[in-house]
Design a protein around this ligand. Structure first.
Ligand SMILES: NC(=O)c1ccc[n+]([C@@H]2O[C@H](COP(=O)([O-])OP(=O)(O)OC[C@H]3O[C@@H](n4cnc5c(N)ncnc54)[C@H](OP(=O)(O)O)[C@@H]3O)[C@@H](O)[C@H]2O)c1
Length: 336
């Protein structure tokens, strides 16, 4: 094959927030599939906050990337050559392709895409982020009609799905998002009842005051996506018996966990809260049920979603760095 494979590798471990020099674009021959393997031409790959953790050496819930290894990502693409049963040239598939133009994966590591919806939905609304929202809201949020839910990063793929699912179950939904445009999206596109711009509030006390105004009956579910100032603002507003599904703490992914944590911890006691950390990878068994329920709703327009697609594999590093700071509007995707 004359084509070259391009991939973005981890060049070195970031200190704090990643910078472009932490990544390296490499070129090489397109790999050949061995028996049982499939060669995929990647058309799009996902960028997700969890990838920041994989760049560190510190032990976490998943293995670190090695220096020189291709950055991890789920991708979607088309089969170029197959030596695996059940896959043929031209099939649309998804799997963990990495930030790369081509990937060779075992047949068992790939899934064929549903033609009722665009391929890129497998990376967001009908992929890991959407599934995270669907699974953990029912298991750890335990929503009840009439309750109030608060969520930050509300226009991202997790937040938008949590908001819409909670709203459909009769909850009052309150979005926290960065900037006017995202607040407007939260209200108009994702149906939140209220939206607050966290960037307009310099400290937790100011944000809490604004939140208290739009949560007159307190907060029953705080879906934790960000940590930091937002966590500090919301916790004292929790109602007794509230639930806090702990999904992510992106405000701290570059370091700097707040020294206000002890105050937050006390709210867990005084409000008798249920705080559940979870990693969606432990729940894959339920993924087929999620797809069965949500694919027709996405295809039929009942569930709205937004994708932020950047053209060019080489744009991955800068797009990823921007996403970690809120530069994305919707699910962040690279068109390879
Ligand atoms: N536990 C799991 O298994 C699991 C699975 C999937 C995702 N997650 C976590 O879920 C969270 C959302 O993921 P996503 O893919 O939907 O991300 P996303 O919303 O597409 O992107 C991250 C967003 O976080 C917000 N943000 C960044 N820094 C912030 C800060 N200091 N304060 C407040 N908001 C900040 C920004 O939104 P604004 O501009 O609106 O502030 C940014 O757009 C992440 O923490 C992620 O790690 C966890």
């Amino acid at each position: 094959m004359t084509d070259q494979m391009r991939r973005i590798a981890l060049a070195r471990r970031p200190e704090g927030q990643p910078v472009p020099d932490d990544f390296l674009l490499e070129r090489g021959p397109v790999p050949e599939p061995a028996a049982g393997e499939v060669l995929v031409q990647v058309t799009h790959h996902s960028l997700d906050p969890y990838m920041r953790g994989r760049m560190d050496d510190a032990g976490s819930y998943a293995a670190s990337l090695s220096i020189g290894e291709t950055m991890i990502a789920q991708g979607v693409g088309v089969v170029l050559a197959s030596r695996a049963e059940g896959f043929a040239e031209g099939d649309s598939v998804t799997g963990m392709t990495g930030w790369a133009s081509h990937a060779v994966l075992r047949g068992g590591e790939l899934r064929k895409l549903d033609s009722r919806v665009p391929a890129t939905t497998a990376l967001g609304v009908l992929g890991m982020p959407g599934f995270t929202a669907w699974q953990a809201l029912r298991e750890y949020g335990r929503p009840k009609a009439g309750e109030t839910l608060v969520i930050a990063a509300a226009t991202g793929p997790v937040g938008a799905m949590v908001g819409q699912l909670a709203k459909a179950q009769g909850l009052r939904t309150v979005a926290i998002a960065g900037g006017d445009e995202k607040c407007k999206l939260a209200l108009d596109k994702f149906g939140f009842d209220a939206a607050i711009d966290h960037r307009a509030h310099g400290d937790a006390a100011s944000l809490r005051k604004a939140l208290a105004e739009v949560c007159p009956d307190g907060v029953d579910i705080y879906w934790e996506n960000v940590g930091g100032k937002v966590l500090e603002a919301v916790m004292p507003l929790m109602n007794i018996g509230g639930r806090v599904p702990v999904c992510g703490t992106i405000a701290w992914y570059g370091g700097g966990a707040s020294d206000k944590l002890p105050q937050v911890w006390r709210s867990i006691l005084t409000k008798r809260l249920s705080v559940n950390g979870f990693i969606i990878f432990d729940h894959w068994d339920a993924f087929p049920d999620f797809l069965d329920e949500m694919t027709p709703k996405v295809a039929g327009g009942e569930i709205a979603y937004l994708e932020d697609i950047t053209d060019g594999l080489d744009k991955g590093p800068e797009t990823f760095i921007a996403m970690l700071k809120g530069g994305n509007t919707g699910k962040t995707i690279i068109k390879v």
